[in-house]
Design a binder for this molecule. Sequence first.
Ligand code: IDP
Ligand code: MG
Length: 133
Amino acid sequence: MKAEQTLALIKPDAMEKKLQGKIIDDILSDGFTIKAMKMLQLSREEARRFYAVHQGKEFYEPLVAFMTGGPVIALILEKDHAIEAYRKLMGKTDPREAETGSLRAKYGETTQRNAVHGSDSPENAKKEIAFFF
Ligand code: IDP
Ligand code: MG
């Protein structure tokens, strides 16, 4: 089967805490190949567009403020069943509920400041990869 690709982000909270090296090491140790990687600062407009699906929810504006509060690292990750595999490696949205050993359990703080993003479907992976690369 053809290896699948997903879009991962290292969020501003993890960048601020200098956790990017540890997170990338965990991703590689889990068998993902990094096909592309870049560090950038999201504009307010870009963050609003990236999270447009959440527009109207109470956490949307604070999320946009958080995601534009510092640089992020965007990565294209490749592996068999990469989307599902990376969602599993990340753990649940709330780090306090995330599986022990998952990225969010290890490096996240709160439901908002949860260290990493990962695409949730093949359709969104394609869209999110095109957004960043
Ligand atoms: P996901 O990142 O696990 O796919 P989503 O529901 O798509 O979770 O939410 C996108 C992001 O919005 C989360 O990763 C988190 O940073 C933030 N978020 C989601 N729900 C809440 C909430 O209830 N309070 C604060 N922030 C939230
Ligand atoms: Mg999501």
